[in-house]
Design a protein around this ligand. Sequence first.
Ligand SMILES: [Cu+2]
Length: 402
Amino acid sequence: MALQRWLVASLACFHAAALSIPRSCNDSTVDLTKLDASMDSIEALSVLQQATMRNLYLEDQRSMPQRSTCSLTNAAVRRDWEHMCPRERKEFIQAVQCLRAKPSIADPDFARAARTRYDDFTAVHVNLTNFVHATGSFLTWHRYFIWSFEKALRDECGYPGYLPYWNWFSHADDPRSSPVFDGSDTSIGGDGAYFPHNGSAAFFGSVPLPPANGGGCIASGPFKDIQATMGPIAAGMFGMEPPVASFHEYNPRCIRRDLNHHVSSRFFTTANLLNLTIGDASKTVKSFQDEFNGRPQDNGFMGLHSAGHYTINGENTDFYTSVNDPSFFFHHAMIDKIFWMWQVLHPAESREVAGTLTLRNEPPLGNATIYDPLIMGVNAPTRMIHELMGTMDGTPLCYIYA
Ligand SMILES: [Cu+2]
């Protein structure tokens, strides 16, 4: 019986890996004009993925002689958690647990509350929050951030794979049943324990949201009852602990979730996906980025970035410390996948930057340029925005999404 289970799991792994590597391109299967808002969102995402791969394949053929370091044959492939087999999921979970067990290497003056290598990532996000959200660097900073995390998992904890992503459109009606959050030993932990609270208020209190069935500490799965040491600083869920007085305050506490179908079912729709990738919002990097970040004045439209954080809820509603919950990386990998697709489908706009250097332009430091630095603290060397524009530029990125 054990042998049979092992064989099934091994074949599933082999099958998934084989599927994820693009080997050729069939133009005839992709027609973006057939996409419309009435289509199933997972099907629409799949068509967009095919169109993206077709463009990449053609680009790869054209630039093969010049591009020596990264091509479709050697690029890493980041995959949907649901398409990874149990062994691969457990490898990822174990690597994250390994990073959570290693001591911090950050300068205490920069990250006094950090205790583990995992905390080093939360700390740099906390310190830079006001410079990397709703700014010109939002997409590239977070791209570099999750790539640095993936590199730490591989280099420091022996993880053989690449970052998984959470496909928002799968189980949008019931995120508690998603293989990402179902609480099994191959999930990244389930919902928070039931904790009565009054819901959440997003966008600095301007968008009220109802509670769901959780609200307490992660109650099941590999990350059950894990602790954070930083924050909260600006949580959007009611009933969280009071904010700490300073970024540096050591404040051990559990990580809360309130997996919230009110948010996911309303925002993870085909219409919102198409608007971002091929619709009006896809026309410029400014409109793409603004749409991702939401239009709260417009009937509380959260944008898919905030919608993901408020679907997981709890710790994820904290602009500063959401990294404390490992689901952060799954959510931001999905954001990066959409960014990647948008870039490949809109090559003329793909290397532009728009936006200011500070959140809400406070203090006003001017507009971002492609030469602005992306700071990662101890997690990776500082690089410029333009170096993180292409996931296959090889400086340092070389990956695609399946
Ligand atoms: Cu962030």
